[in-house]
Design a protein around this ligand. Structure first.
Ligand SMILES: [Zn+2]
Length: 442
């Protein structure tokens, strides 16, 4: 359906979702041609919209509003009814009766609440075009005449999206730095969670931050009825953390979830290697109950045992930082690697760790950490590999790791367009300049 296609390539994932028109009963939108009318860009005084590509047309019946010669708007007060409001706006009693019957299946006019706004649109000869009522900020009910006569349609009111640039300097925590800008504490917490998620594979915000590190972000602000209702997506970010620069750009791909990439199109999500060792077989899988071969008691096995000859190299399953190299009675020689903020991988029963491996070392994916052995509580040569996510062990064989494929070349042009806008916004430090970033216009 043409409308959906147009909308799914819209301004932003969130906006696109919000724009999706939910029909109460009349399947009329598909049948009506879309007028070629620009949507109103977010209007901020003194600045003009950057039109990159033709903007999104408003869906029917919202599009009727532009043909209005006269409008009447107000709020329902105590004692007002659908009929009384239409009557005082000049609609004939006959038409009101007709409307009341036609909308009944989809719009219970008896449930109109006082204090909520309405707007009535009339055409040139005072014919009724459109009645709009908002039961709440996020929904609107539209009464209009479609091919099958009058009817009511409910739509999700699209957010007004205003990109905003934020510059924050670390004094302690990330959320503390954000809260020291104009935003409130709860918004700072939400935004810091968004950033932690985007950079989860690269930055451990609890451990890596230094005083005077900087955070530059362009983020969507969502407005309804003129009021700020929260942040949408992070559009671009540049973080200077502990002497390194990290970049992320949001990319909206038609038909898929949004994703974050570096400016050169590399995914920010890293994949783990499926296994850390060239093994001959798996002798024990992740399980909450298994008979322990040495202790002879039932206990959970929170990892995977890979059988391999003594001395087989063991590889880091993802890029990270060494957090432990040492030995104890149960695990024998073992190594732990922290990957970003949420994952830690463990490598147990090694014959020995790699030469010179120390806590704090950065290791690349695939780098040799040590060699298979049977130190600690082990009956034969094997690697016990386990993966901790946010403090709990997860099954490395069943966890759905995010893909880290770079963008395919055919998507680079579209990505470059989106990237150009948000990176330039970061560079300029522009505040609230509206942008219309619509479909690719193919
Ligand atoms: Zn094991």
């Amino acid at each position: 359906m043409r409308l959906t296609v147009l909308i799914s390539r819209g301004v932003a994932g969130a906006t696109a979702a919000a724009l999706l028109v939910s029909m109460l009963g009349l399947a009329i939108i598909a049948a009506i041609g879309l007028p070629e009318r620009p949507t109103d860009p977010v209007s901020v005084s003194g600045v003009t919209a950057a039109r990159l590509v033709p903007p999104l047309p408003a869906p029917w019946p919202l599009s009727l509003a532009e043909h209005a010669a006269r409008t009447v708007e107000g709020e329902f007060h105590r004692g007002d009814t659908f009929a009384s409001v239409l009557r005082s706006a000049g609609v004939s009693a006959t038409l009101i009766d007709q409307l009341a019957r036609a909308v009944q299946p989809d719009f219970n006019v008896k449930r109109i609440r006082s204090g909520r706004p309405y707007k009535i649109y009339f055409a040139a000869h005072d014919e009724l075009l459109l009645f709009r009522y908002q039961p709440d900020r996020q929904r609107a009910i539209l009464v209009a005449e479609g091919r099958r006569g009058w009817g009511a349609t409910e739509i999700v009111v699209p957010y007004d999206i205003r990109p905003r640039f934020i510059h924050a300097v670390i004094r302690g925590s990330l959320e503390g730095a954000l809260a020291a800008t104009w935003m409130g504490r709860s918004d700072a917490i939400r935004l810091s969670h968004k950033l932690a998620g985007i950079f989860a594979w690269d930055i451990d915000f609890a451990a890596d931050l230094r005083v005077n590190d900087t955070v530059d972000v362009v983020v969507e602000q969502r407005f309804l009825e003129g009021g700020f209702v929260g942040f949408g997506d992070v559009l671009a970010a540049e973080l200077r953390i502990a002497g390194r620069t990290y970049n992320a750009v949001r990319y909206v791909r038609p038909g898929t979830a949004i994703a974050y990439f570096t400016p050169t199109g590399e995914s920010l999500q890293r994949a783990f290697l499926r296994s850390p060792v060239d093994f001959t077989r798996i002798s024990s899988r992740f399980s909450y109950r298994r008979m322990h071969p040495v202790l002879n008691v039932v206990r959970a096995h929170r990892g995977v045992d890979y059988v391999a000859p003594a001395g087989t190299p063991v590889h880091a399953t993802a890029t990270g930082t060494v957090t432990y190299v040492g030995r104890n009675a149960q695990a024998g020689n073992h190594v732990k690697i922290r990957h970003g903020g949420s994952y830690t991988s463990w490598y147990l029963h090694l014959s020995r760790p790699a030469d010179g491996l120390e806590v704090g070392d950065k290791v690349e994916q695939g780098e040799v950490l040590g060699y298979v052995g049977r130190t600690g509580l082990a009956t034969s040569n094997h690697l016990h590999y386990q993966l901790e996510q946010g403090g709990t062990f997860v099954d490395p064989l069943s966890i759905d790791f995010p893909a880290n494929a770079p963008l395919p070349s055919e998507q680079m042009a579209e990505f470059a367009l989106q990237r150009g806008v948000w990176i330039s916004r970061l560079r300029e430090g522009q505040i609230e300049r509206p942008v219309v970033l619509a479909g690719s216009g193919e």
